[in-house]
Ligand binder design. Structure first.
Ligand code: PGA
Length: 228
């Protein structure tokens, strides 16, 4: 890209997939092959059950990989059965995906809940990555990283066009501040990733299905690092 090199985020969202053994196989295969660059931030978001082991394997291997969660509690720690509080999750994670459309659709998550989750993340030094489904979404105070993820493009090979995604990104930055970093998510794979990260306003990608394969994800990281 022209001018100052921008930092690109590549975020793997494993959703509700992978045993600990499968997660560790992935880390062992991907970790040593991630291009090292100050301008590349690669994050893996396993399910809660694999967080601890994934974090350990990355630390031992000294891989340039950050760990994220796919959700966190809207409350502090306490009597909230089944919830994972940010103040405990931060032992493993530096980022959390919040407000994903699958959580809104399947678990009744509302804007109000997402706003509370963002606040918990910030208070506990976890970077909130808020998913927004359209350009008109309101971004809660303090959240400076969002993923534009149109629902029609998720999990079906039907990605938005890079031009549309850039338009939505631009609109989000215009209404929430030019320092907002916006990623694109929805059917990103090795075949289309370069076209998204080449867009002037897009700061990276959030990848579901294609991130499950170590081989495909490694390829994506290499393509991004070469096309920047
Ligand atoms: P997908 O998922 O890459 O499988 O479309 C992206 C996401 O839901 O974050």
């Amino acid at each position: 890209m022209d001018g100052m090199e921008k930092t690109i985020w590549i975020i793997a969202n494993w959703k509700s997939n992978k045993s600990i053994a499968e997660a560790l196989d992935w880390v062992t295969a991907v970790g040593p092959n991630i291009p090292t660059s100050d301008h590349l931030k690669v994050v893996v978001c396993p399910s809660f059950s694999a967080l601890s082991e994934v974090k350990k394997a990355i630390t031992v291997g000294n891989f340039p990989l950050l760990v994220g969660a796919q959700d966190l509690s809207p409350y502090e720690e306490g009597a909230y059965t089944g919830e994972e509080a940010a103040e405990n999750l931060n032992q493993f994670v530096s980022l959390a995906i919040l407000g994903h459309s699958e959580r809104r659709e399947n678990f009744g998550e509302t804007d109000e809940m997402v706003t509370k989750k963002v606040a918990q993340a910030i208070q506990n030094n976890v970077t909130p990555l808020m998913c927004v489904q359209g350009a008109e979404a309101e971004v809660p105070e303090g959240c400076r990283l969002v993923a534009y993820e149109p629902v029609f493009a998720i999990g079906n090979g039907n990605a938005d066009t890079p031009e549309n995604a850039n338009q939505a990104t631009k609109a989000l930055k215009e209404s929430n501040g030019s320092d907002l970093k916006v990623l694109y998510g929805g059917s990103v794979d090795a075949g289309n990733v370069a076209s998204f990260i080449k867009q002037p306003d897009i700061s990276g990608v959030l990848i579901g299905k294609a991130s499950l394969s170590a081989q495909e994800f490694t390829k994506i990281c290499q393509i991004v690092s070469e096309s920047k």
